[in-house]
Design a protein around this ligand. Structure first.
Ligand code: HH2
Length: 313
């Protein structure tokens, strides 16, 4: 099975309280400069959010969220960047689409009927994210029968509902919602069996960047979770994920390019090398589709006392 080349989504949080970079890009000019830096670092897409989804984050009014997000979306879109808006509110999504966003990233998977209508009417891309509960309560003892089967059933049901409301199939992206109502064990299970979600037939987005389960495993604080972020994104690529939502674009982009070349067993020399070598290649990384994904070796059985405490972030 072939999957498209990795698409890197750079995170632009215009919030005072996001779990890893809250307050750093609250000023619109700083947020736009940061987004453009991420684009220069290799982001294909910039995800602008004005409300933190971390457990315990303060609720944000529609007006305040629009005030944070719209100038940044407009500034990035005017500079030619491809922009998505990370919001649960239809009015914010609408204002962001008006300002130039082309993708709605909704961690509630279009729970609000106004959001479904908006996405169908505007014929924009949409990311449907799995979350158990809501951001305030989601980490309070999350439970599943089989986390992968439960998440797959939910995402398929939401995709069907969206299509029934007029959203075109090719507009839909699925996301298992790493950290959204999941224990460490749930996150690991979802990542290791990600190919089961890829098999649903929609592009899959993963968001592991700097999340707390990486810190729990490696014993690292938020700022020191890049190695775990890279490891999980590379593993997700090998299982067929297409879009990678990250804070640290440049290193993840490099890791994904090398991983994709390895999986495809082919690569494209940089322009410098083209002038000094006569090497020929059969595909372009990252713009062609040749990554191998799909069935993978069976994993070792988990010990019954694996970490299962709910995590945040
Ligand atoms: N994770 C976060 C926010 N939005 N969207 C998708 N599609 N997938 C994710 O995994 C995802 C997401 C949380 O990360 P971050 O934006 O860095 O933090 P915060 O919600 O605190 O702003």
């Amino acid at each position: 099975m072939a999957t498209p080349s990795p698409i890197v989504m750079g995170i632009v949080n215009v919030t005072p309280d996001s779990f890893s970079d809250g307050g750093r890009w609250l000023d619109p000019a700083a947020a736009i400069a940061h987004g453009l830096q991420l684009r220069d670092d290799g982001a294909d897409l910039l995800d602008v959010g004005g409300e933190s989804t971390r457990p315990g984050a303060a609720a944000v009014s529609e007006e305040e969220e629009r005030r944070r997000v719209v100038p940044v979306v407009a500034g990035l879109a005017d500079a030619g960047a491809r922009v998505s808006v990370d919001t649960m509110k239809a009015t914010v999504a609408e204002a962001a689409l008006d300002a130039g966003a082309t993708l709605v990233n909704d961690v509630t998977a279009l729970r609000d009927s106004a959001m479904v209508r908006l996405v169908a009417d505007r014929d924009c891309d949409v990311c449907l994210v799995h979350m158990q509960g809501d951001p305030r309560t989601m980490q309070e003892n999350p439970r599943y029968d089989d986390v992968v089967a439960d998440v797959a059933a939910f995402l398929l049901e939401r995709a069907d509902a969206a299509m029934a409301a007029g959203v075109r199939r090719e507009r839909i992206i699925l996301d298992p919602g790493i950290g959204f109502g999941k224990t460490v064990q749930h996150n690991l299970e979802l990542l290791d069996r990600l190919h089961e979600l890829v098999a649903l037939g929609f592009p899959v987005l993963v968001g592991t960047s700097r999340k707390s389960f990486l810190g729990r495993i490696a014993g690292r604080d938020t700022d020191d979770r890049l190695p775990g972020t890279i490891a999980t994104n590379v593993l997700a690529l090998a299982r067929g994920a297409t879009i990678f939502r990250v804070h640290d674009v440049a290193p993840v982009r490099d890791a994904l390019a090398v991983a994709a070349a390895t999986l495809a067993r082919t690569w494209t020399p940089t322009p410098d090398e083209t002038t000094t070598t006569s090497r020929t290649t059969t595909s372009t990384i990252p713009t062609t589709s040749s990554t191998k994904a799909g069935p993978r070796p069976s994993s070792p059985s988990r010990s019954p006392d694996s970490p299962s405490t709910p995590t945040t972030g």
